[in-house]
Write a protein that binds this ligand. Structure first.
Ligand code: AMP
Ligand code: MG
Length: 349
């Protein structure tokens, strides 16, 4: 009897030990599977596309959908916007307005949104941001990377200046007009809008999407790396090579735009002539060589970086900081100026 009891106890112990062992094995199998599976899900997929005259880099991961499908939609959306707002192709809405002989043209809500944004920043920056510089931009050849570029004559500049200026653009309800001969060019803002739309599209398709869109230094964040960590973004050294930077910032969301005199320029008699024009003189702006603006939406940061490049470092910057934007400007001497809150973005947190 006693022997049978002890055999029973032994059997029970063996069974319990086996169960514990099995439990441990299952636990490790589960952990291994979990990591294999989840790291597969947070795999970032990268794509480079030539749009807006620059290389646009998309880095996207999603837990629910194939990131490539999301990127297809993002690229399609950006190309749609690029075509729609390109003033120099005949089927675009901006071309139609520019060639309407000063007549009112009915347009859609999206066009009104972008044009209103542009005019808002023209007013806010005393005309430093100007969406009606098409004539000047074409004169300098900055509308086309292949155009031969040279410094225009004084007469040419004066003639183009007469056909420029944001006051020539009017919006009324869903109608838009621009003075005859004046040309709208939204190159200083539309890339930002396109990136915002691509970011929004990625989030709409799947709210677990993370990553970013980098359109030649104008960056929109979709979400933090692996859902947790900020993206490290280098600010290019305007007098260095492609990979030289003057500093880094960390962003988990929002946007950052940089306007630099190194993006599109030519040299004549040792002088650099670049693509950001001072609407007052018609010549390239000379108060900065690089301006970086951090904000919530890239459409705003993009317009502001262009405007501040023209304005230079000055009292207006305080107003922009009060509106929620952080600014870093490198002046022509190479001196770096920053708003107080800019420091916050230099640390990873
Ligand atoms: P960004 O690289 O964003 O600073 O934009 C520069 C582009 O904006 C140029 O290539 C022009 O198409 C356009 N642009 C140039 N000067 C101005 C200006 N003062 N205001 C608005 N847009 C401008
Ligand atoms: Mg800009």
């Amino acid at each position: 009897m006693r022997k049978k009891d002890s055999q029973d106890v032994l059997r029970k112990r063996v069974i319990i030990q086996s169960l514990i062992f099995l439990g441990i094995v299952l636990f490790f199998v589960f952990v291994a599977l979990h990591f294999t599976f989840s790291s597969g899900l947070t795999q970032y997929v990268e794509r480079n596309e030539f749009m807006f005259g620059t290389i646009v880099r998309l880095v996207v991961a999603s837990e629910k959908r194939d990131p490539r499908i999301i990127m297809d939609a993002m690229v399609r959306e950006m190309r749609r916007i690029e075509r729609k707002f390109n003033p120099y192709v005949e089927d675009s809405i901006i071309y139609r307005i520019n060639h309407a002989g000063g007549q009112w043209v009915e347009v859609d809500e999206e066009t009104i949104f972008v044009l209103k944004k542009a005019l808002y920043y023209s007013k806010k920056t005393g005309g430093a941001f100007d969406p009606v510089l098409g004539r000047l931009i074409v004169l300098w050849g900055f509308n086309d990377i292949n155009a031969s570029k040279h410094v225009p004559s004084d007469e040419e500049l004066q003639a183009a200046l007469k056909q420029s200026g944001w006051v020539k653009l009017e919006i009324s309800g869903r109608h838009v007009r621009v003075d005859e001969g004046a040309w709208i060019d939204l190159g200083g803002i539309v890339k930002g809008y396109a990136v915002d739309q691509a970011v929004r599209m990625a989030k709409d398709m799947d709210d677990t999407t993370t990553g970013f869109v980098d359109a030649g230094g104008d960056i929109g964040i979709i979400g933090p790396k692996f859902g947790r960590y900020p993206w490290k973004i280098g600010i290019r050294d305007p007098r260095g090579g492609q990979d030289d930077i003057v500093g880094v910032i960390y962003l988990s969301n929002g946007a950052v735009a940089t306007s630099g005199d190194y993006e599109r320029y030519f040299e004549e008699n040792g002088v650099r002539y670049h693509h950001i024009l001072d609407p007052k003189t018609g010549y390239p702006a000379r108060k900065a060589i690089s301006v970086t603006v951090i904000g919530e939406k890239l459409v705003d940061a993009d317009a502001l970086s262009t405007a501040i490049f023209v304005l230079g470092w000055g009292p207006a910057i305080e107003g922009f900081e009060a509106d929620g934007y952080q600014v870093m400007l490198i002046d022509t001497e190479g001196v770096i100026h920053e708003t107080q809150g800019f420091e916050y973005f230099k640390k990873s947190r």
